[in-house]
Design a protein around this ligand. Structure first.
Ligand code: NAP
Ligand code: ZN
Ligand code: ZN
Length: 348
């Protein structure tokens, strides 16, 4: 076992505290990663506050992990000491079901093993990236290409793949009209990715406060959902809408913005059910869908795409003592656009 500095919370909503956690000894296929940065995803907050049901406390969240390999197990072939490496939302899966075999490990029929708040194959709770080091199987470790610095790469491991996968699945590209709802951590990367894929992008945000940023990130249009005219003037405009809203909202208004056969893909994960008026779906043969992160191979493809197209997150780097404050700002939609923890600050 390796003891490392980390930050954890003891119960739902309790402040983060400096602590130490144990990482397992390296198995044959494990890599040890010295974590440089860990992004703060809104899912960390839902989990830490107990909004998704029972959380395993004490909790060390973090599934947007970027760092450098510092040791490898004897049978590791994919990584060497010194390689830049990342870890996203899952650290294992059954590897045998049809989804795992198809490279869709996130939809493993046994349930993928989350990077934190899950039970690992060793029977111990998994603990995430708000820590100095992590041990992960090489098959669930990503390669971070040269050319993306580790701080802006970290959020790609969750926010990046969560937007990349549906944009690809629903064929965003030249000639398609894509709307991204919510300009937060996921949304801002979505704007960059959809733009890099060649789609014409519109941001739908609660207000026009972040309009300048949205246009700088690549969007051609920006509209405020607090303005009642927005839903009338944009009715029937989009092939694809991706909602990243972290709160419960009525999907009906957004469905009305789709073209015939358009799809509204929800990636937000609020605790309460979303409401969907039937007529908003049936009039226009519209689809309402969901999407969860992406598989390991697709996550690597996304990182390579980001390196090629110069896509990274816009980050605000914080210390371990600023996690509680960062959570408050994320919940208040006051993040521009991802908080990333510098893990050299974690020692108590
Ligand atoms: P975030 O940074 O807080 O962004 C969410 C954005 O949603 C906010 O910035 C805000 O954008 C908008 N929003 C918040 N409350 C709203 C409301 N009441 N009405 C309308 N818009 C509202 O969060 P995130 O890290 O991007 O995560 C977003 C959601 O996706 C969370 O629920 C998270 O758990 C989930 N998630 C899902 C997956 C997946 O695999 N499906 C992966 C990661 C995260 P504006 O200020 O621009 O309006
Ligand atoms: Zn996440
Ligand atoms: Zn499986």
């Amino acid at each position: 076992m390796l003891t490392v500095n980390a930050r954890s919370t003891a119960s739902a909503g309790a402040p983060f505290e400096a602590t130490t956690i144990e990482r397992r000894d390296l198995g044959p296929h494990d890599v040890l990663i010295d974590i440089a940065y860990a992004g703060i995803c809104h899912s960390d907050i839902h989990t830490a506050r107990g909004e998704w049901g029972e959380t395993l406390f004490p909790l060390t969240p973090g599934h947007e992990i970027a760092g450098t390999v510092s040791a490898v197990g004897p049978e590791v072939t994919k990584f060497a000491v010194g390689d830049r490496a990342g870890v996203g939302c899952m650290v294992d899966s059954c590897r045998e079901c049809e989804h795992c075999r198809a490279g869709e490990e996130q939809y493993c029929l046994q349930g993928n093993i989350g990077t934190y708040n899950a039970i690992g194959k060793d029977g111990r709770p998994t603990e995430g990236g708000y820590a100095e080091k992590i041990v992960v199987d090489e098959n669930y470790t990503l390669r971070i290409p040269e050319g993306i610095s580790l701080d802006v790469a970290a959020p790609l491991l969750c926010a990046g793949i969560t937007l990349y996968s549906p944009l690809r699945h629903w064929n965003a590209g030249p000639g398609t009209q894509v709307a991204i709802v919510g300009l937060g951590g996921l949304g801002h990367v979505g704007v960059k990715l959809a733009t890099a894929m060649g789609a014409e992008v519109t941001v739908l945000s609660q207000s026009l406060k972040k309009q300048e940023d949205g246009l700088r990130l690549g969007a051609e249009h920006y509209a405020a959902t607090s303005d009642p005219d927005t839903f009338a003037s944009l009715a029937g405009s989009f092939d694809l809408i991706i909602s990243t809203i972290s709160a419960t909202v009525d999907m009906g208004a957004y469905l009305g913005l789709l073209k015939l056969d358009g799809a509204l893909v929800n990636v937000g994960a609020p605790e309460e059910p979303l409401s969907v008026p039937a007529f908003a779906l049936i009039g226009g043969r519209r689809s309402l869908a969901g999407s969860m992160i992406g598989g390991i191979a697709e996550t690597q493809e996304m990182l390579d795409f980001c390196a090629e197209h110069g896509v990274g997150a816009e980050v605000e780097v914080i210390s371990g003592d600023q996690i509680d404050e960062a959570y408050e700002r994320v919940v208040a939609s006051d993040v521009r656009y991802r908080f990333v923890i510098d893990t050299s600050t974690l020692a108590g």
